[in-house]
Design a protein around this ligand. Structure first.
Ligand code: NG6
Ligand code: CA
Length: 513
């Protein structure tokens, strides 16, 4: 059975050979640092299980990611912790289920939902001497109470263990449409301060409902407030014109910040968390990618995301650190076609199936809500590459990486995380026996069973109205035998009441932990 010390031993010998070849044997300090592998987490937004050519997509190709899949471990039963963004990210960074904090999709002016006293993944990596950065979409709230975007915006990632942050504060479809670098909005002109409201219209900028002629894409009512860069957003924004982002520039802006961080820190061990904006709405990729997928903006955004991944992987290679970097590539939740903008994702997808035959998608309690592509590469550490059917959740990265970097966790830290480092390094290692999937309700996977808890709340109108989305919310219990019903078509809850009871009891126990 694999143990951490085995990995560290093999890393130590691999790296000391590399180091002594490169720098001689007297640089003991440098060598001590470089044996620690770097960690890069590519976290795509809304990428479905079937949205990569290495996961069966034939409509267009994702060569950069496929190269990672060929080299490393390609997981077939890996899951984001939840079927939406904020809860998934919350769990990735804290190792705790999001229901413990009632974490749900946040407005763009929400306060930070992770208490700075809560141990986080970057805090843990820093204990092991890592430099840590987040570059990309945040969506975990910022500041306390009402955020003043014209002052230092905090607490945020820097108060949660990141040494550097370059953020899209919430989502691409939410105001404020500005970048935040560490505590400050980039390019803000103090003479033109930013104000944000999610309650009422502010400022005199045109809005989507009144000025559709200004729009690059039509939008539903929620996405029809302030227009920035030809896209109407959720929420209203006043001022801050100088600081506005240009959506078509995301591919280079975020990529270059990540590459800068790698370049500046290549001599030290580092953690780079890179949550993409793509392929979330609004899908307005750069002209380099427009029309290239044959599936419209959604497919073109996949190509842009693949290109960005390739550029950053190349930067790791150029910096000479690729072999000693553990890369996790995955997605925060399943796929969605119409998520508010008329970008023709459904109309242009042709035969492409983003859910790859699994039921549901983003927002859904069914499998495609959380079952996502996940690829791990680590040339110096993987002992057996290939396809892995291990059941694994992103919530497990916390404890697995703690093992990798030899940090002992405190009592109660990363409560729901399971150490699956062996599965990250060996495609034949086993995964979890049991796992929760969060959506607007909670599901549990246990052995061959998948049980979905009955939903007694009120489905938000915007979700209930999206009839193309199978959210999986029912007032009756749902039980599926995934060993012969992977598409969750036959609810057999009434046939197995004792299994239903057992699984509901397990959910209740985990909740009460
Ligand atoms: C929903 C938005 C959707 C998207 C989602 C968050 C409406 C009608 N829909 O509320 O467009 O922004 O929130 O997506 O407002 S996530 O991937 O960040 O969770
Ligand atoms: Ca998402």
């Amino acid at each position: 059975q694999f143990t951490c010390s085995v990995v560290l031993c093999s890393l130590l010998s691999a790296c000391s050979q590399q180091e002594s070849a490169q720098h001689g044997t007297d640089e003991a300090l440098v060598r001590k640092d470089t044996i620690k592998p770097n960690v890069v987490i590519f976290y795509v937004d809304d990428l479905g299980y079937g949205d990569l050519s290495s996961y069966g997509m034939t409509a267009t190709q994702t060569p950069s990611i496929d190269a990672l899949a060929r080299e490393g471990i390609r997981f077939t039963d890996a899951h984001s912790s939840a079927a939406t963004c904020t809860p998934s990210r919350y769990s990735l960074l804290t190792g705790q289920y999001a229901f413990r904090n009632n974490a749900a999709i946040l407005p763009g002016d929400a306060p930070l939902i992770i208490d700075p006293d809560t141990p986080t993944l970057p805090d843990m990596m820093k204990k092991a001497g890592y430099k840590t950065a987040v570059v990309g979409k945040w969506h975990l709230g910022l500041g306390r109470g009402h955020v003043n975007w014209n002052e230092a915006v905090k607490p945020g990632p820097l108060e949660l263990g990141f040494d550097y942050s370059f953020l899209m504060p919430a989502t691409g479809d939410r105001v404020p449409t500005v970048y935040l670098e560490n505590h400050h909005v980039v390019n803000l002109d103090p003479a033109n301060p930013i104000e944000i409201s999610y309650q009422q219209r502010i400022g005199s900028r045109p809005v989507g409902t009144e000025s559709p002629q200004l729009l690059k894409q039509g939008a539903d009512l929620q996405h029809s407030r302030t227009i920035v860069n030809g896209i109407s957003r959720i929420g209203w924004m006043k001022g801050g014109h100088e600081a506005e982002w240009v959506d078509e520039d995301f591919h280079t802006v975020f990529t270059n910040k990540a590459i800068d961080f790698i370049e500046q820190n290549k001599a030290k061990p580092f953690l780079l968390y890179f949550p993409f904006h793509d392929i979330h709405v609004p899908r307005v990729p750069n002209e380099m990618f427009v029309g290239k997928s044959g599936m419209g903006p959604r497919g073109d955004a996949i190509l842009q995301m693949d290109w960005m991944t390739g550029r950053i992987v190349q930067a790791l290679k150029d910096a000479g650190v690729y072999d000693n970097t553990l890369i996790v590539f995955s997605s925060d939740n399943g796929p969605v076609m119409d998520d508010g903008y008329a970008d023709q994702a459904e109309e242009l997808k042709g035969e492409h199936d983003p859910s790859a035959g699994f039921r549901g998608g983003k927002y859904s309690a069914y499998e495609a809500g959380t079952r996502v592509p996940m690829i791990v590469t680590f040339p110096n550490g993987i002992t057996s590459a290939g396809e892995s059917s291990a059941l694994i959740s992103h919530i497990d990265l916390y404890r697995s990486l703690a093992n990798l970097v030899s940090v002992e966790l405190e009592q109660g830290e990363a409560l729901d995380s399971v150490d699956l480092l062996p599965a990250l390094l060996d495609a034949s290692a086993t995964g979890r026996e049991e796992m929760l999937e969060e959506s607007f309700t909670v599901s549990i996977r246990s052995g061959k069973w998948k049980y979905i808890e009955p939903f007694s709340g009120t489905t938000p109108d915007w979700l209930a109205n999206k009839t193309a989305i199978e959210n999986g919310l029912q007032s009756e219990p749902q039980l599926f035998d995934l060993s012969n019903d992977i598409a969750e078509q036959n609810n057999i809850a009434t046939k197995y009441p004792e299994i239903v009871n057992q699984l509901q009891t397990r959910i209740d126990q985990i909740r009460a932990m």
